[in-house]
Write a protein that binds this ligand. Structure first.
Ligand code: F6R
Length: 616
C-alpha cells in the first residue's frame, strides 16, 4: 500500500513532506520517512511508527537549508517488518540515490542476487533493490536518466516510484505501473503524490500518470514519457475543490472517528434518499442515463469487492434478485480475478469500493475488460477522482463523506443504502415493481434515520453489555438470509479493531462444523430480528443453548421468545425484512467499538491495517 509524496521547489521541504505524509497515512502507518537533497547532498530520516513519531524523533529538531527536492513515504509493510531500516526512503549503497515505492517488486530476489555482494543491502524490503539497481546502471551508463530508464525496464510487479539523486539535485523522477501517482502543478514548484488528498492544499492542477509512464519533474517543468521513451502530451486536469475538502472532518465531541462515523449514519441515509429519488417517490440515477438499455437487458450481475464492501455485495444479491429478478454472483475480488470468469453479452460487472483504489478490485475490473471488453462496468465508490472511477463506465457515489476510521462503518451503510435504491431502480426500469410497491419501500427507507437514531440512543446499554464480553477470547456471529452477511461484517469489525478472534456463519451452517466450538466459554452473537427466517434462527439458538453457548441476540423490540432463552438481548426497532440489515448492523458496530475501547486498542488506526489497500 503505502503513501508517496515528492516536492521540488523553494518551500520548507520538511513541512511540505510531513504534512503530505499525514494526509496519506490512511494508506499505511507502520513507519515513515523523508529524504531531501540540500546543498547537493542527500539526507534521510526514517522511523518505525506513525508519522508523529518521525516528527517527534527528528523533524522537530532538524534544520534543512537550501533544499531543492525531497520525497516522503508512509508505509504498510509487505516485505520486512516495520522497522527504521525497512522504512522508506530506501537508499543506494553510496547513499547518493533515495527512493520511495508503493507496490511490490516481484522479481526483487532475482535482481538482488545479481547485485550482491557488490551492492550493500541493508533492509529486507523489495524496494531497496531498485535503489541499488539505479546505482549499478549509473556506474555503467554515467547518465542518471539512462540508469533510471534501464532500471524501470527490469522491474516486474507494481510500482509508484519517486526518486531523488545527488547526480541530478534539482529533479524528481517518478514512474508508475499499477499503483497510483499524480503530479500536482504549481508555480515554480511541482509535487507528486499517491493521492490528490496530499496535493489539494497546494494546487488544483493535476496530471495523472498512466501505467508505464514516467516523468522528469523540476520546479519549472514536467516532462512525461511512455515506456518506449517517447514524450507524451498529458492533459492537465483542473479540479474545482471546495476549501472544506481541504480539511479532515473534525471528531467533534467523539473520542474516536469510528464512533463519530457510526453516529453519522442516519444523516448519510437521508442524503442518499434525497439524491437518488425525486421527492422520495421515484428512483433516479443520473449517472446511469446512458446505460438504461444494458440495464434493462441485464441477465446477470457479477459483483466483486473486498472486505466490508464484499459484505455489502452479499446483501445486495438478495435485493437485486428479489426486486429486479437479475441473477447475481458475488465474488471476493482477489478470488474473482483468478477464476475462470464466464460472462455473456447481457451481463454487467458491479465493483464496490469505498476508496476506489483497492488493488484487487481494480484488477478484477481490468481482468473483465481484458476478457469481455464490451461488458459494462458500474462502480459504487465513496471517494471521488479515484482510479476506479476513471476505469468504470459509470459510477454511483456512495455519499458517505470522508471516512477516516480504518474500520469501515458509515460507508457500509452508504453502500447498502445506494445498492438498495439501485435494486429498486432496476425493478422500476424493468417494470417488475409497481409504483405503489416502490413508494412503500421508499417510505420504509425514509424511516431508517429515525430508527437508527433510536438504536444509537441505546448506546449506554450496549456499552454496558459489550464490556461484559471484553475478556472473552473468541466469538461466533450467526445470521440467516439478508442478515447472514452482517454476521460476517460483525465478526470482521470485532476482529480488526479488538484483535479478538471472531467468525461469522450462516446459522444453518453451525451444525456442519462450528457447533463443535460451542460451550459455556463461547459467546454467540445472533441476528434474529422478526424476518421470514425467525423460526429457523430460533432452532439454531436452541442448539446453541443446549450446548451452553452464551447468546447475545439482536432482536426486534418486544420479542419475548428469544429473550426467554438468550443471556442478553439488544432490541432494534421493527422494520420490513428487506431493510433489516441496515438496522442489525448498528449494534454490531457499537459492540466491536466498545470492546476495542475496553481493551485500549487503537480504534481508528488498528495495527497491521490501512484504509486503502493498494497492493495485491
Ligand atoms: C473493513 C474494511 C476493509 C475494506 C476493504 C475494501 O472495515 O474497511 O475490509 O472494506 O479493504 O476496501 P474498499 O471498499 O476501499 O475497496
Amino acid at each position: 500500500m503505502c503513501g508517496i509524496i515528492g516536492y521540488v521547489g523553494k518551500r520548507d521541504l520538511a513541512s511540505v513532506l510531513v504534512a503530505g505524509l499525514e494526509r496519506l497515512s490512511y494508506r499505511g502507518y507502520d513507519s515513515s520517512g523523508i529524504a531531501v537533497i540540500s546543498k547537493g547532498e542527500l539526507s534521510a530520516w526514517k522511523s518505525e511508527g506513525k508519522v508523529q513519531r518521525l516528527i517527534d524523533r527528528y523533524i522537530k529538531s532538524i534544520k534543512i537549508s537550501n533544499a531543492t527536492v525531497g520525497i516522503g513515504h508512509t508505509r504498510w509493510a509487505t516485505h520486512g517488518e516495520p522497522t527504521d531500516i525497512n522504512a522508506h526512503p530506501q537508499l543506494s549503497s553510496d547513499q547518493k540515490i533515495g527512493l520511495v515505492h508503493n507496490g511490490i517488486i516481484e522479481n526483487f530476489a532475482f535482481l538482488k542476487k545479481n547485485l550482491q555482494p557488490r551492492y550493500l543491502f541493508k533492509s529486507e524490503t523489495d524496494s531497496e533493490v531498485a535503489a541499488h539497481l539505479i546505482e549499478a546502471e549509473f556506474h555503467r551508463t554515467h547518465s542518471f536518466l539512462q540508469a533510471f530508464q534501464k532500471t524501470l525496464s527490469q522491474l516486474e510487479g507494481t510500482y509508484a516510484l519517486a526518486i531523488i539523486s545527488e547526480h541530478d539535485p534539482q529533479t524528481l523522477f517518478a514512474a508508475r505501473l499499477g499503483s497510483p501517482l499524480i503530479i500536482g502543478l504549481g508555480e515554480d514548484e511541482n509535487f507528486i503524490a499517491s493521492d490528490l488528498v496530499a496535493l489539494i492544499p497546494h494546487t488544483r492542477n493535476f496530471i495523472y500518470l498512466a501505467d508505464n509512464e514516467w516523468a522528469i519533474i523540476s520546479a519549472s517543468e514536467v516532462q512525461v514519457y511512455d515506456q518506449a521513451g517517447n514524450r507524451v502530451k498529458k492533459a492537465i486536469k483542473h479540479l474545482k475543490i471546495n476549501d472544506s475538502d481541504l480539511h479532515q472532518p473534525a471528531k467533534g465531541h467523539f473520542p474516536h472517528y469510528m464512533l463519530k462515523e457510526i453516529f453519522d449514519q442516519p444523516e448519510i441515509l437521508k442524503r442518499i434518499l434525497s439524491t437518488y429519488t425525486s421527492d422520495e417517490v421515484e428512483l433516479r440515477f443520473k449517472s446511469l442515463a446512458a446505460h438504461t438499455d444494458p440495464l434493462k437487458k441485464c441477465e446477470k450481475f457479477l459483483i466483486q469487492a473486498c472486505g466490508t464492501s464484499w459484505h455489502a455485495g452479499l446483501v445486495a444479491k438478495y435485493w437485486l434478485e428479489e426486486f429486479a429478478h437479475i441473477s447475481t454472483e458475488v465474488d471476493i475480488s482477489s478470488e474473482f480475478r483468478y477464476r475462470k470468469i464466464l460472462a455473456r453479452n447481457h451481463d454487467i460487472l458491479l465493483a464496490l469500493s469505498q476508496s476506489g483504489e483497492t488493488a484487487d478490485t481494480l484488477a478484477g475490473i481490468r481482468e473483465v475488460r481484458k476478457l469481455y471488453n464490451k461488458l459494462p462496468v458500474i462502480s459504487f465508490i465513496n471517494r471521488s477522482e479515484t482510479t476506479m472511477e476513471h476505469e468504470s463506465d459509470a459510477i454511483i457515489p456512495s455519499l458517505a463523506g470522508t471516512e477516516i476510521g480504518v474500520a469501515s462503518t458509515k460507508n457500509y451503510i452508504a453502500q447498502l443504502g445506494t445498492l438498495f435504491l439501485f435494486a429498486l431502480y432496476l425493478g422500476q426500469l424493468k417494470g417488475i415493481l409497481t409504483a405503489a410497491k416502490i413508494a412503500e419501500y421508499l417510505r420504509a427507507f425514509a424511516m431508517l434515520p429515525a430508527l437508527i437514531n433510536k438504536i444509537l440512543a441505546y448506546r449506554k446499554t450496549i456499552k454496558a453489555i459489550s464490556s461484559r464480553y471484553a475478556t472473552d477470547k473468541g466469538f461466533l456471529f450467526i445470521g440467516r438470509g439478508m442478515n447472514y452477511p452482517n454476521a460476517l461484517e460483525g465478526a470482521l469489525k470485532l476482529k480488526e479493531i479488538s484483535y479478538l478472534y471472531a467468525a461469522g456463519y450462516a446459522a444453518g451452517e453451525l451444525k456442519h462444523g462450528p457447533i463443535a466450538l460451542i460451550d459455556e466459554n463461547m459467546p454467540v452473537i445472533a441476528l434474529i430480528p422478526h424476518t421470514s427466517n425467525y423460526s429457523k434462527m430460533m432452532n439454531n439458538l436452541e442448539e446453541v443453548r443446549s450446548r451452553k453457548g452464551r447468546i447475545i441476540a439482536i432482536v426486534t423490540e418486544g420479542d419475548k421468545d428469544v429473550t426467554a432463552i438468550a443471556d442478553t438481548v439488544i432490541p432494534i426497532p421493527a422494520i420490513i425484512e428487506e431493510l433489516s440489515p441496515l438496522l442489525t448492523i448498528i449494534p454490531l458496530q457499537l459492540f466491536a467499538y466498545d470492546i476495542a475501547v475496553a481493551l485500549d486498542r487503537d480504534v481508528d488506526q488498528p495495527k497491521n491495517l490501512a484504509k486503502s489497500v493498494t497492493v495485491e
